[in-house]
Design a protein around this ligand. Structure first.
Ligand code: FAD
Length: 490
């Protein structure tokens, strides 16, 4: 029965609080904003509702696991549906591809569209599954930084299989091993962006990601992505977690024997047995632990990409579009070089268009659609964002107008914009990165910050900037790993 402070109410902070409170501890969550959920938030613009951050929901079993753990029926708080269509793809040469969740349908349609052998696609998906199965116990389910992880048989199997998993090739090279058609290679290269990396740099092992979509499926939460945050807040409150909004933590208190002993919130000292930071690990060290030595090598790692998002109210329906739509750039290699080498957004961009009103009609007035239009962006390094935004907006409108055969500009009735600067200032995510450190080299997984501090006892970390990485499923796994370290490691 210990007192625990969690800094931040991002998904990992909420899930950690739930797990620790459920185990009999007294948990307080301090959130700087006047809303919960960090990146998973929403806003209303006139008659349109928008999820502000994540739009793709996979691995719902990790949410279900939290409700099961607390013996609370999930249906009372959270419901979701499986999507029949994973994504619609548009290429500049006119090629169109609808990715169906049904695997056989997917394989047959992909083989026809891209003129590939069905068996090549089958072999690719089988190899994706193998990579996931072999590595999940090493990279995802446990701390990478505790000796006992390496003593388990599953982990050893993972290490032995490593050379066969494409770790020495980049994702693009791995995909080219399977497919002749560069358009299909590009489709599978896209999965590098699921952790904010470049397919031309991230290791081939990342080809495990399509397995998560093609095998487990993609889902749409009823009420939008925000219902993930809302349901976890309700579950936390039901268990008795004390949640505090507008409560920015300014400092982590360290005692003379290098133990975390609490936090300072708005000039008030709050003592606790354990402190868990769900704040990005870089500002945690730079701001809350200023003056203490920091793990510089880990903090200096390259960051994952950020995003530039236009939220548009559109006064027309586009029957051909679905919830997730991708309009590919012509030159993918150059798009990523612009992001990671030149820290800019080029003119030839891949546009991701998400329309929740396709599945949740209340999100837009009848005859209208709520467009969440996103391009990958470099982190915030004080670029001339106003110039980049103006230029990119014009490029996106031109591209979508060409692809959809209708001038988009005049259909935009309302607009809001999120860029790497605002992502950084709203969530404290260093440089506005979406997924913490990038996975642009084969050692990235090992260089991510652990879920505990090796210098300060009783200080732990969860969330997208620490092991095992960013994105909703991994953040939920980080909450599990961190809670288990706190509960069972002593
Ligand atoms: P965060 O969401 O980063 O929240 C941290 C919280 O801590 C914030 O609420 C912040 O205010 C608070 N905080 C920080 N410092 C302090 C302090 N000093 N005191 C008090 N509170 C503090 N993932 C997917 O799975 N699918 C997607 O489709 C997807 N798309 C994305 C699109 C966008 C535009 C963005 C921004 C992210 C996307 N992601 C996606 C990534 C996903 O949103 C994140 O990995 C995840 O939500 C991060 O959760 P977190 O627990 O690390 O905390």
């Amino acid at each position: 029965n210990r007192s625990i402070v969690v800094i931040g109410s991002g998904i990992a902070g909420l899930a950690t609080a739930i797990r620790l409170q459920q185990a009999g501890n007294l948990v307080h969550v301090y959130e700087a904003n006047d809303y919960y959920g960090g990146k998973i938030s929403e806003f209303i613009m006139g008659d349109f509702r928008f999820d502000a951050g994540p739009s793709l929901f996979t691995m719902p079993q990790f949410i279900e696991e939290l409700f099961d753990l607390c013996e609370v029926p999930m249906e009372q708080y959270f419901a979701y549906e499986k999507k029949e269509i994973i994504c619609k793809y548009y290429y500049e040469d006119g090629t169109r591809f609808t990715a169906y969740a049904d695997k056989e349908n997917y394989i047959k349609k992909a083989a026809l569209t891209f003129n590939e052998e069905e068996n090549s696609i089958r072999a690719y998906l089988a190899s994706s599954k193998k990579k996931y199965d072999v590595t999940k116990n090493l990279f995802l389910n446990k701390s990478l930084h505790k000796a006992k992880t390496y003593l388990s048989l599953d982990t050893l199997k993972g290490i032995v299989a490593m050379p066969t998993l494409g770790i020495h090739r980049n994702l693009n090279q791995e995909n080219e091993k399977f497919f002749k058609n560069p358009l299909l290679v590009q489709l599978f290269n896209r999965y590098a962006t699921y952790n904010g990396s470049s397919p031309f740099l991230t290791p081939g092992i990342m080809s495990l990601i399509p397995h998560l979509e093609n095998h487990y499926g993609t889902f749409v939460p009823k009420g939008g992505m925000i219902s993930i945050t809302n349901s976890l807040v309700s579950l936390a409150e039901k268990l008795g977690v004390q949640l505090h909004l507008n409560s920015k933590v300014n400092r982590i208190l360290i005692d003379d024997s290098n133990k975390a002993e609490g936090v300072i919130v708005e000039n008030k000292k709050i003592f606790s047995d354990i402190v868990v930071s769900n704040m990005d690990v870089v500002p945690t060290y730079r701001k809350l632990l200023k003056g203490y030595p920091a793990p510089e090598k880990v903090l200096r790692q390259e960051r994952s990409s950020s995003a530039l998002i236009f939220y548009w109210g559109i006064n027309r329906n586009f029957e051909e579009l679905d919830l997730h739509n991708i309009f590919f750039a012509n030159n993918y290699d150059r798009e990523f070089k612009n992001i990671f080498d030149k820290q800019t957004i080029g003119d030839d961009v891949t546009v991701y268009l998400n329309i929740t009103a396709k599945d949740i009609p209340e999100d837009a007035p009848s005859g209208c659609e709520n467009w969440f239009v996103m391009v990958n962006a470099p982190g915030n390094m004080d670029q001339d964002w106003d110039e980049i935004i103006k230029r990119t907006r014009a490029n996106i409108i031109k591209k979508l107008s060409n692809q959809l055969g209708e001038e988009i500009g005049p259909l935009i009735v309302s607009e809001s914009i999120l860029d790497p600067r605002s992502i950084e200032s709203r969530t404290q995510s260093y440089q506005g990165s979406l997924y913490g450190a990038a996975s642009n080299n084969q050692f990235a997984a090992f260089l991510r910050h652990p879920n505990f501090s090796s210098r300060f006892e009783n200080l732990y970390f969860c969330g997208g900037s620490v092991h095992p990485g960013g994105g909703i499923p991994l953040c939920l796994l980080s909450a599990k790993i961190t809670s288990e370290l706190i509960l069972y490691d002593k």
